[in-house]
Design a protein around this ligand. Sequence first.
Ligand code: 13P
Length: 342
Amino acid sequence: MNLADLNRVAEALVSPGKGILAADESSGTIKKRFDAIGVESTEDNRRDYREMMFRAEDALSKYISGVILYDETIWQKSRDGTPLIKLIEQAGAIPGIKVDEGTQPLPECPGELVTVGLDKLSERLKKYYAQGARFAKWRAVIDIGKSIPSYTAIHTNAHALARYAALCQAAQIAPIVEPEVLMDGDHDIDRCYEVTEFVLKQTFQELYAQKVALEGMILKPNMVVSGKKNAKQASVQEVAEKTIRLLRNCVPSAVPGIAFLSGGQSDEEATAHLDAINRIGHQPWKLTFSYGRALQNAPQKAWSGKPANVQAAQQAFTHRAHMNSLASKGEWKADLESRRAV
Ligand code: 13P
């Protein structure tokens, strides 16, 4: 492992004013997104959609440090024959790759899942590196419910995350470690805090056990928020304060950066929360975005599968990327949303 190079990639992913575009929806997930805008999920449509974003040059060159790709996309060529991965590199962003293979039910743990994909991961990482990927992502999912999460689910997922991270670093690929505590339940914000704290403590314990170099990784956590179905939704300020308190208690300062997932928050909520988090003041790590839905909802709607809408979709994407870039510096203002700055 060359730690200096891994550290350079991790630092570049969280460089000031930049964040990550998570465009790594699996075939099942992108079909759901396309269904919502009435577009058939064919290989060509998926290519056209992602090409639209990767050619939004201002967005990629000014606000996006890296793009997480799904396996299909990393091998795809744009309409004019340029590999999609080249479009990302030409814009100055770093290509990354989702390497987990989704989830499976965890035996004897009703309702809980374990993320799979460790078998032959080393071989796949070598191919991805040769293709240009310099960072990777693995997402573990922890659900909050009546009597979950169980220790078994937390421990098993944390162990798999750490094994993945160690294999990535051995292959000179910087791992994004994503233990996502879902916001789908009716729990309150303090329950989210409690579960996320346990999950992060366990994750860093496992990363240590697997000898992962913290300087060469990025953490991708959920923010501390109220469950979506809870009647009392915490304020933006409460989310920011509890998220920072949690991270300060769980994340060693050797980690270069923390790039949040949006997890089902609305576009503006995800931006407002990131902004409030960054306004709290200086922290040992950079705090930015690694959003999927909160960057893509708007451009997906604007595009709706029509070539004539490509420019409007690129503008919508660039706007969201710009807003989140400002939020990553604590410089966003709500009134900028109505005066599109692109
Ligand atoms: P969301 O921002 O839509 O949660 O997606 C981020 C991601 O990469 C989930 O794995």
